[in-house]
Write a protein that binds this ligand. Sequence first.
Ligand code: DWN
Ligand code: SAH
Length: 388
Amino acid sequence: MPLANGFLVPDHFSDEYFFELAPALCSGCGMVQLVEQPDPEKMFHGDYPFFSHSSRSMAQHFKAFADMVRRDWLTGDDPFVCEIGSNDGILLKHMAVAGIRHLGVEPSVNVAAAARTHGVNTLAAFFNRDVAQRIRHEHGAASAIMAANVMCHIPDLPSVAAGVEHLLAADGVFIFEDPYLGAVLEKTAYDQIYDEHVFLFSLASVMRAFEPFGLTLVDAEPQSTHGGSMRYVLARHGRRSPSARLETLLAHEAGLKLTDHATFAAFAERCRQSRDRLVALLGELKADGKRVVGYAATSKSTTVLNYCGITDDLLPFIVDTTPLKQGRFTPGSHIPVRHPAAFADPWPDYALLFAWNHEAEILAKEDAFTRSGGRWIRFVPKVELIEV
Ligand code: DWN
Ligand code: SAH
């Protein structure tokens, strides 16, 4: 596999980086993780093309996240909050506006610069134990440490856990959310597996990973974002009691058999079926003389395109709102990425929805496509035309 966000120009086709994308279940700790993990500096740098503000519904989600943290967890005087992987400031800008002392830690310097334009104090660095020590020294302990779709990106989980433990105030909370393993399996969302997603967490694997660092899981809450995520709340040992909701979720998770080999063998078979159906559908549409284009050059689309072997003969281009992706080509499959204006010029017969997690937002925005007679194709949870 190439890097999911390694959008490139033809000059670099010949020296494109590839690695072996192999997810595995650790029989010891129950963690689902990538066997080979590309160097983080290859993925997160000054040309990182994912900007959190690219989705309006995520902007609403992060406003609600910030409001919840302020309401439930920032009770003391002059609290300090820290976010790991703050990207373009989509969450912390709400803390900044409210005058709350805050710091985002974000290694991709271009998105970190975008955050500063939103008034968000941002340290361009990879969060780890040393960085946490520096932050505590300069800003004091954090009442809340937050992270969204980031913890699963950091191979050195022990260093992050030790850093969180170091930075957190005695009664502070560490709140993070990530795509949930149970949802990925249930929806056959194999496109959540790519270089940046080093881990696919479950409640049980999170509990086990943080316990040795003095951090206990005290609450969790399913989220609808990114096709099904879980929000985890951790606190120092003995400072807070686990919620009743956590007990219910743990009981439910036990029934999902997330450490059974058979669960993953069945998932792998569903992935193969999904791939075969998608390739067959695109082939049939092509044979019928229909025009199909891709919608949203997501990170997830890199896995789909490369796993399914889809190139520009089946999908001539993909439209995407991100200026950094436009004019470049998709990693590995080398399909051109174009400005969204190309979508209506002229309307295609079908659009393959790579940002299926933003279906409601995109279908509402592209209502004119549907009215033109265009049809949407989704592939999660199964390959089908969307009934509008
Ligand atoms: O975990 C991660 C999540 C949070 O975001 C990262 N590793 C990378 C990224 O994953 P993704 O690229 O799969 O994210 P999204 O939010 O599913 O897709 C974003 C892409 O979709 C952007 O390139 C913008 C594009 N998009 C678009 O072209 N039109 C998105 C929307 C909502 C649209 O209307
Ligand atoms: N929180 C945002 C961004 C998620 S994308 C959202 O949910 O939309 C993942 C982000 O994590 C990227 O911006 C990437 O640069 C950042 N990241 C990767 N490794 C990191 C690390 N060690 N410390 C802090 N941020 C990291």
